[in-house]
Design a protein around this ligand. Structure first.
Ligand SMILES: NC(=O)C1=CN([C@@H]2O[C@H](COP(=O)(O)OP(=O)(O)OC[C@H]3O[C@@H](n4cnc5c(N)ncnc54)[C@H](O)[C@@H]3O)[C@@H](O)[C@H]2O)C=CC1
Ligand SMILES: O=C([O-])CC(=O)C(=O)O
Length: 329
């Protein structure tokens, strides 16, 4: 192994997703088994000690691919030389907080992080925003990084996609590896649209294989869209290991390419495809080759899908207008 280590920045490193994510990155699952990594952890000052504890455990794993760990509470330091940035740390909604308050609090996090990425990250920086509201936080960061190509900023809807795979496999009594091209459109929120329209199960159209519109509308879509809340209800804490797993899937596919015949789902900057307003960060079916996610083009959108996509995109437009109104972009 002769390659120079790749700098990977993780924000919110002392949180629960951070704890599920860092060990997998250090073991080589993010970038591949021939790529050494240097971890750069960003936390708020009061959580630095906890981040140091996690770093001690990372040391104790003696991962051959882990070339070092830096910890900082300064975004300018944490993003310095970063080629991959996983923006996990965010301000959760607390009691009595309005949507506008949440967007404003997160603007205070993602604006300076976007600026720090702009000024200090490596030229090949790729950013995945996990922290909620993920699509709009990604938009805020992207808008404050004018020197970075816009398509390097993405938001995570891969967990939603993985949840959809699992639900469809259970319904049809197949395994997830029998399924392809099952994707999420729109926002990482309850308005998201998990679509069977182009999905295939053992080579056949998934919607036809299911042949049950009532299940699709009343069961599948709400189960996938509200899975985050169901996990919180069951576990008393939001999804962490599955979120970390999806972040690994998202970046691995981005860097190494999606498998032949497979589509991923990712929140990417819209180029106006499928009537999604340009500049919005919305989930689309994507493929990756040569380290770039591209929106799958030329799909027929049926009437039901059109309505669902439009509704979720309308929510994204509202969020964009709200952060614009707050002077965050
Ligand atoms: N996109 C998706 O599919 C999913 C997104 N999420 C979101 O991911 C985020 C993180 O979740 P958890 O790890 O469970 O939360 P957590 O509360 O356990 O950890 C968040 C960490 O972020 C840190 N943090 C806060 N502000 C920061 C800043 N300015 N810079 C660096 N670090 C900062 C906190 O100190 C804390 O350690 C939440 O916003 C959650 O809603 C969670 C699951 C799925
Ligand atoms: O719902 C939440 O708070 C966490 C989340 O985004 C998810 O699990 O999809």
């Amino acid at each position: 192994m002769t390659r120079t280590p790749v700098n990977v920045t993780v924000t919110g490193a002392a949180g629960q997703i951070g704890y599920a994510l860092l060990f997998r990155i250090a073991s080589g699952q993010l970038l591949g088994q021939d790529t050494p990594v240097r971890l750069k952890l960003l936390e708020i000052t009061p959580a630095l000690k906890a981040a140091e504890g996690t770093a001690m455990e990372l040391d104790d794993c003696a991962f051959p691919l882990l070339s070092g760990i830096d910890i900082s509470d300064d975004p300018n330091v944490a993003f310095d030389g970063a080629s991959v940035a996983l923006l996990v740390g965010a301000r959760p909604r607390t009691k009595g907080m309005e949507r506008g308050d949440l967007l404003e609090a997160n603007g205070g996090i993602f604006k300076p992080q976007g600026q720090a990425i702009n000024n200090h990250a490596a030229d090949d920086i790729r950013v995945l925003v996990v922290g909620n509201p993920a699509n709009t936080n990604a938009l805020i960061a992207q808008q404050h990084a004018p020197d970075v190509p816009a398509d390097r900023f993405t938001a995570m809807t891969r967990l939603d996609q993985n949840r959809a795979y699992s639900q469809l496999a259970a319904k049809l009594g197949v395994t997830v590896s029998d399924i392809r091209k099952l994707v999420i459109w729109g926002n990482h929120s309850a308005t998201q649209y998990p679509s069977l329209a182009h999905a295939e199960v053992n080579g056949k159209n998934a919607a036809e294989a299911v042949n049950d519109q009532a299940w699709l509308e009343n069961d599948f879509i709400p189960t996938v869209a509200k899975r985050g809340a169901a996990i919180i209800e069951a576990r008393g804490a939001s999804s962490a290991a599955s979120a970390a797993n999806a972040a690994i899937d998202h970046v691995y596919d981005w860097v190494n390419g999606t498998a032949e015949g497979q589509w991923a789902s990712a929140g990417v900057v819209s180029d106006g495809s499928y009537g999604v307003p340009e500049g919005i960060i919305s989930s689309f079916p994507v493929t990756s080759t040569g380290g770039e996610y591209e929106i799958v083009q030329g799909l027929d959108i049926d009437e039901f899908s059109r309505g669902r996509i439009d509704a979720s995109v309308a929510e994204l437009v509202e969020e964009r207008d709200a952060v614009k109104g707050l002077g965050l972009i």
